[in-house]
Design a protein around this ligand. Structure first.
Ligand code: PA5
Length: 452
């Protein structure tokens, strides 16, 4: 049984969907990527080497083992964007959906808090929970640059709190650049446990580094299985033809959809456990490809929930979307014949929720075909550490290929950096006086406002 299947039938013209793209266009784009792929593996990007190198796995395991001995009950992760979304994806997929709701559910694992926002309301509430048991709290601070104001300010707050507990230094881990940044400076001075983001790997491509793997190891997730899935996918991805290489097929479809006016890419998992993955992909596609006035707009919808919120738009709205369906459902839940006196419920009674889920997925696919909205499906036979590792690597490679097709650098994010600079300037950071003056001018311009 295959681990992952990519079914592009309904994205092709003729074979299912009149809104689809011509097969010969796919052949042309895929051939170009096939040639590029051969050259790429001779001089791979940093993230492509991660499944093989298992960067810092020994230290990850050592520090995760230490946290077990420390009987950690609260895992607090500070990080944002690429520094948090990978971990959120892994936890969503592999931990109990109500993990934090009770010690019997957690089975001895810590409860976790991923703080990827700085709204003081949330921070204050978590602060209240964590302060009750600081001696069993592990603080993990993740920032590749080590300079991101959101993460650093959170660290400034939480370090002060942690200081109140004995031996707190043993319960703070920093994950950052090996050479530079404020976080590295702090680590050097204060002597915390440190893990690194390898050189040349940006936030959104860092899930297979300590960024995503250390928190996973603390939660007892098998990081070797994640790496193995990625490694096996990387072997699959060495092939040149798109019919043998699903990353080439995926990138070709996403590219041609965008070029044919289907620039809104909806990722729609039919699997609650892949909700985090959809968020992770949304960042990966948006931040990597949104450059030079081009790039698709990724958006997320959850099957079946958003059938009752978004599907109307996808079926009957502007012809600017393609839908990437993710499907995985194996668990069963029988539907009892609870109301035998209602004949019209016969179609549900004694069936299984899994059957209904699949029927809903097919119902969505069929309505999209009928409407001429192209879609394609990524089918996961099972969701586990191995398949998740493979999935991460598949999408990272597809985005790297897309960078080539768009002739842009998929690894930088000048737009994000600009926002960071203005934030720092407004907060009064020395050296950013010019940006501060510019911000003041823009913000003091006359406004059009309506009040109530
Ligand atoms: O993908 C990226 O590079 C960004 O989303 C970063 O991860 C995000 O801005 C956080 O940056 P840092 O990890 O440097 O704190």
């Amino acid at each position: 049984m295959s681990t992952i299947t990519l079914d592009i039938t309904n994205s092709l013209k003729g074979s299912g969907n009149r809104g689809g793209i011509e097969k010969k266009a796919v052949n042309k784009t895929a051939s170009e990527l096939g040639r590029y792929n051969q050259a790429l593996w001779k001089n791979p990007y940093g993230f492509m080497e991660l499944p093989e190198s298992r960067f810092q796995f020994d230290i990850i395991k050592k520090l995760a083992g230490r946290s077990k001995r420390q009987k950690i009950k609260n895992l607090v992760i500070l990080g944002i964007g690429g520094s948090s979304l990978g971990t959120e994806t892994i936890f969503d997929a592999l931990l109990h959906p109500f993990h934090n709701y009770g010690s019997d559910i957690r089975k001895g694992l810590p409860q976790y808090f991923i703080l990827d926002n700085i709204d003081p309301h949330t921070i204050n509430r978590i602060f209240d929970i964590v302060r009750k048991d600081l001696e069993h709290t592990l603080l993990v601070v993740i920032s590749k640059s080590g300079e991101t104001p959101e993460t650093i300010s959170q660290f400034m707050i939480f370090k002060k709190l942690m200081e109140k507990s004995k031996g707190f230094r043993e319960r703070i881990i920093l994950i950052t650049d090996q050479e530079k940044g404020i976080l590295k400076q702090i680590a050097d001075k204060e002597g915390y446990g440190v893990l690194n983001v390898p050189e040349g790997i940006g936030g959104r491509f860092s899930v297979l580094t300590p960024v995503g793997l250390f928190p996973s190891a603390v939660m007892g997730i098998d990081i070797d299985d994640i790496a193995q899935g990625a490694l096996d996918m990387s072997k699959h991805i060495r092939k040149a033809k798109y019919t043998d290489n699903m990353a080439i097929a995926l990138a070709s479809i996403l590219y041609l959809m965008d070029k044919s006016g289907r620039n809104i890419h909806v990722i729609m998992p039919y699997c609650g456990r892949l909700s985090g993955f959809a968020d992770w992909f949304r960042q990966l596609e948006a931040e990597s490809l949104g450059k030079n006035s081009f790039g698709p707009t990724p958006t997320k919808a959850m099957g079946v929930t958003d059938q009752h919120s978004q599907l109307q738009l996808y079926v009957d709205g502007p012809r600017d979307k393609c839908i990437m369906l993710l499907y995985s459902a194996r668990e069963r839940r029988p539907i009892p014949n609870t109301f035998p006196y209602i004949d019209s419920l016969d179609y549900l009674a004694k069936k299984d929720l899994n059957e209904l889920f699949y029927a809903e997925f097919l119902g969505t696919s069929l309505s999209l075909i009928e409407a001429g909205t192209p879609s394609f499906t990524v089918l996961l036979n099972d969701i586990n550490a191995y398949s998740l590792g493979a999935l991460f690597f598949l999408y990272e490679m597809a985005i790297a290929y897309l960078g080539h097709l768009y002739t842009i650098n998929p690894f930088d994010q000048p737009g994000v950096e600009l926002g960071k600079i203005y934030t720092k300037a407004i907060m009064g950071k020395a050296g950013l006086e010019k940006q501060r003056a510019k911000a003041d001018r823009t913000l003091s311009a006359p406004k059009t406002v309506i009040t109530f």
